[in-house]
Design a protein around this ligand. Structure first.
Ligand code: PBG
Length: 360
């Protein structure tokens, strides 16, 4: 009696589990189960792996950040970014020619400003003849079809090293936004096609959009650094632009707390409402969850920045023989695509584009 009962219960339970299994593997995804289904079949040959690959990296996905310095025919290595150099303005055209021949659509220009030109009001940001404007003009003259992205933020020009104006230790939002609008106009006039506000002040996208429109730069695009985190991965970049020594304190009162994810969606929503054409998540690889959420939620052009610290980690390991450089370069960049990024700002752009070209 007890045994029969136990048997009946056992049957019900095992039927249920079988049904649930079928629902899990068949119902939701329409897939079969082992042994009729063997996922290793498609993985078995190069040809079929290529047939079923869901993402493909191309040079079109890259924006190449380049550091510029004063001087002539000058190349300055950056210790914390092995393989990356600051180049003088006269070398920009050749660098751009290389990028163009590989199919890279755009470059981002970052100036290493002479420390003597840094002031608390960051006035050099508004000089139409400053380093980044000269670089932008030189690039546009030589290669009108190369896209140019310029950061809007005050840190390269600010003796306090901050992205905004500092008063009594506080980064002043609205006053900074007014300066950023003028900076954007100066850069647009120098040929910049994409304004990249990287400062994380509130309300700057709407204000910059309005300012550009009023100055008849309605076609200049805005790629908002929408979800930019206060990150230690920017260290090598600050070496490259010479901002590390100037920076007092940290950027936590304006860049996002890396503990947060919903807040990134809030930032992106605001920037889109204010007129951003494209949004960016930054840093990159440690924040791929944010890239995915942004892409799934908004379905707009979404970019990610593989930042200086990510580059430094990869090169440090590769240069020690601990990682296979070429394989990790391609794997790391494809991960951005898989996470939903439409494009990647990466110091590896030229190197990766060559690797893609050399692939069979
Ligand atoms: C400037 C800016 C930074 C980066 C891009 N624009 C540094 C910062 O905000 O401190 C970082 C890029 C990188 O690390 O590669 N606002």
């Amino acid at each position: 009696m007890v045994f029969a009962r136990f048997n009946a219960i056992f049957k019900v339970v095992s039927n249920l589990t079988r049904k649930l299994n079928i629902v899990a593997s068949n119902g939701q995804y329409g897939l079969g189960a082992y042994p009729s289904t063997r996922l290793r079949r498609n993985r078995g040959d190069d040809f079929s792996r290529r047939m079923v690959a869901e993402n493909k990296l191309s040079a079109d996905d890259f924006i190449w950040p380049v550091f510029v310095c004063e001087g002539k025919n000058r190349r300055e290595p950056i210790n914390s970014m092995p393989g990356v150099e600051r180049i003088s303005v006269d070398l920009i055209a050749t660098a751009a020619a290389d990028a163009k021949s590989l199919g890279i659509p755009a470059m981002a220009l970052f100036p290493n400003t002479d420390p003597a030109k840094k002031t608390p009001d960051a006035a050099e940001a508004l000089n139409p003849d400053n380093l980044v404007c000269r670089a932008s003009k030189a690039l546009k003259d030589a290669h009108p079809d190369m896209g140019i992205l310029c950061d809007v933020a005050l840190d390269p020009y600010n003796s306090d090293g901050h992205d905004g104006i500092v008063r009594d230790g506080v980064i002043i939002n609205d006053e900074t936004v007014e300066i950023l609008c003028r900076q954007a106009i100066v850069q647009a006039a120098a040929g910049c096609n994409i304004i990249g506000p990287s400062d994380m002040m509130d309300g700057r996208i709407g204000a910059i959009r309005k300012a550009l429109d009023e100055e008849s730069f309605a076609d200049v695009r805005i790629m908002s650094y929408a979800a930019k985190y206060a990150s230690a991965y920017y260290g090598p970049f600050r070496d490259a632009v010479g901002a590390n020594s100037a920076l007092k304190g940290d950027k936590k009162t304006y860049q996002m707390d890396y503990a947060n994810s919903d807040e990134a969606l809030h930032e992106v929503a605001l920037d889109l409402a204010e007129g951003a054409d494209m949004v960016m998540v930054k840093p990159g690889m440690p924040y791929l969850d944010i890239v995915r959420r942004v892409k799934d939620t908004f379905r707009v052009p979404t970019f990610a920045y593989q930042v200086s610290g990510e580059y430094a980690m990869l090169k440090a390991a590769a240069n020690n023989g601990w990682l296979d450089n070429d394989k990790v370069v391609l794997e790391s960049l494809t991960a951005f695509k898989r996470a939903g990024a439409d494009g990647i700002l990466t110091y590896l752009a030229v190197e990766a584009a060559k690797l893609i070209q050399d692939q069979p």
